[in-house]
Design a protein around this ligand. Structure first.
Ligand code: HEC
Length: 120
């Protein structure tokens, strides 16, 4: 029992040592904000999280973010370009409109996508 408690303290210590470096790359606030924003704005077409009850409003649904995030072609740079320019010509039916986002929204979405990519 005492040993287990010790291991837990060790883990907590380790986590506190590791997290500051990660925080520099990706703030978890940004990831959470990106997820929330994506659910509101992108969720009409894309499955944003992997909640089993989630189903986009529009048909046919666009690929889920989990699938898109694993595409090798999706990088931080490509995503920024996509989200900051007019991409009406995306997809088979040119179905994805220009989302007209401002910088902080793009930052949050990029943070969320990078977290999805890393979560594999
Ligand atoms: C009106 C429907 C619609 C909305 C809203 C929408 N998308 Fe899309 N999105 C699509 C379609 C359709 C595709 C094309 C899928 C394909 O490649 O076959 C797509 C593709 C993408 C891709 C892949 C691009 C690539 O290079 O393959 C990304 C990333 C993406 N969307 C992100 C977003 C984000 C982030 C939002 C919210 C800001 C969003 N989408 C909102 C319909 C939509």
């Amino acid at each position: 029992m005492a040993l287990r408690g010790f291991a837990l303290v060790g883990l907590a210590l380790f986590a506190s040592l590791v997290s500051p470096t990660q925080a520099q790359e990706l703030s978890s606030d940004q990831v959470a904000a990106g997820r929330k924003f994506a659910q509101m704005v992108c969720g009409a077409c894309h499955v944003v999280t992997s909640r089993p009850d989630e189903s986009p409003l529009l048909r046919p649904p666009a690929p889920s973010f989990a699938v898109l995030a694993q595409r090798p072609s999706l990088t931080e740079k490509s995503l920024r370009e996509l989200l900051s320019s007019n991409h009406r010509n995306l997809g088979p039916a040119e179905a994805m409109p220009n989302p007209r986002l401002v910088d902080y929204q793009i930052d949050e979405l990029v943070a969320y996508f990078m977290a999805l990519k890393a979560a594999k």
